[in-house]
Design a binder for this molecule. Sequence first.
Ligand code: NAD
Ligand code: UGA
Length: 500
Amino acid sequence: MCQQITVTTTTAMDQPERGESQAGPGRVQVRRICCMGAGYVGGPTMAVIADRCPDIQVTVVDLNTARIAAWNDADLARLPVYEPGLDAVVGRCRGRNLHFSTEVEAAIASADMVFLSVNTPTKTRGIGAGQASDLRWVEACARQVAQAATGHTIVVEKSTLPVRTAETIQTILAAQRPASDGQPQRTFSVLSNPEFLAEGTAIADLEAPDRVLIGGEDPQAIEALAGVYGQWVAPERILRTNLWSSELSKLTANAFLAQRISSINAIAALCEATQADVREVARAIGADSRIGSKFLTAGPGFGGSCFQKDILNLVYLCRHFALGEVADYWESVVTLNTWQQHRVSRLVVQQLFGTVTGKRIAVLGFAFKANTNDTRESPAIRICGDLLEDGAQLAIHDPKVDPQQIAADLRQPQAPASPAPVSAHAGGGERTWIACPTPEQACHGADAAVVLTEWDQFARLDWAGLAERMRHPAWVFDTRGVVDGAAVQAAGLRLWRLGR
Ligand code: NAD
Ligand code: UGA
């Protein structure tokens, strides 16, 4: 059903420097890769491919000129994505066989293989709003590839997509410019190659993946892509499936991972009610090799750009195929996650004598997890939103998140560029916030510190020093289980820890 698609073009250009991939039978060797989308996936993934495959020229393109400029910034500390180790990889390859550009068509035209690594957020309007994936960027890419490609091009779905999206891409590629006599043939093969990296560990995940998944039905195209990964990934870790299994496996993997988090968060709430300790429960069940120990850390709920969106996408697909009970089952994972986030903010308000109006609350951590500057769907957004709604004054510190991003996420005016220690307890019930460059400034005059991201440095905070700056009785709410509880209590602070 999904073999090579042939299109005869009127504008195909000869590309003598390209690999053999347009040469028909024989081993397909990839020489030039174009990746559409220079985001959290496209940038790091292509940087590692370039690093591990010095014979392949890799060009990452994006419509966002500021993002491309940041990828080309001479100062590697200013790359648009923060990932441990990424600067070193980019430093080794950039200008050699790794390029960042806004010249989308030229990069497509010279590529043997085009990765689609663009955003696929949840639709916000129209049919499927709130659940289905918005595929407008993927569709636009397919149209651009159809217009600009030359010779044979392998199109690789790297974005996370609803099952059967490859069919749409194939239809678009096949529909461009009907055959015309005497023109060189343009052909396409579509593969699915979902990405499983996690932010914060992207480089390690890419360099030593548990598995690489390639879905497709054109054996030559599959082997061409397997040949790229085969330069550093062991053969037994490169899995080949049909297109639809590959697309669905990505949604399923995220759904299973998120389900574990909702499961342990549900148990954490029960632990709090029964004096059980969720860490002990997690250790006890994780020792069962059938369950496994990973993804059993209770917290303020999962965030990140993908878990919620991918589960909702799955829910939408299930409803589409009239599988209502299956849809309800997966939807409950998201429902519990939302509940968990609201539960944290409710708890803070309750402990602070039922009101936070005019009270200053230090928020430590805004990223959705440690070691990333990404705030998409961060639990901090909903929790801070609730506290602001209740009239709190938030003093937010995150070591990597840009205050402008926090302002945008909270739909608040931007904080002053260099916030002076503010006077706390305005008492007017204003919904305000400031960004603080240090935890000390955030805690100045605060009634509570709420730890929302598990940054390493929060395990080493000087609670005695912080306590001196806070208004007493003062609380520490640790939603990540990272703070030194003994030091908090020794400093005379009240401590609430999630799941205990
Ligand atoms: P992102 O928003 O960081 O990056 C997407 C980029 O694509 C943006 O910079 C955007 O400007 C660009 N773009 C959009 N249309 C374009 C076009 N026509 N031509 C060129 N560039 C275009 O998104 P991301 O986090 O990198 O995610 C990309 C995909 O990967 C999504 O489908 C996501 O579900 C999936 N994914 C993400 C992660 C993750 O950790 N972020 C992990 C695995 C899979
Ligand atoms: C997740 C998956 O782990 C990746 O395999 C996948 O490729 C990616 O989504 C994606 O498709 O975007 P990511 O969202 O970057 O990666 O980070 P995770 O480490 O999975 O964390 C997600 C959220 O769950 C974070 O908010 C994290 O704090 C939370 N979490 C994670 C917990 O609360 N407990 C855990 O035990 C693990």
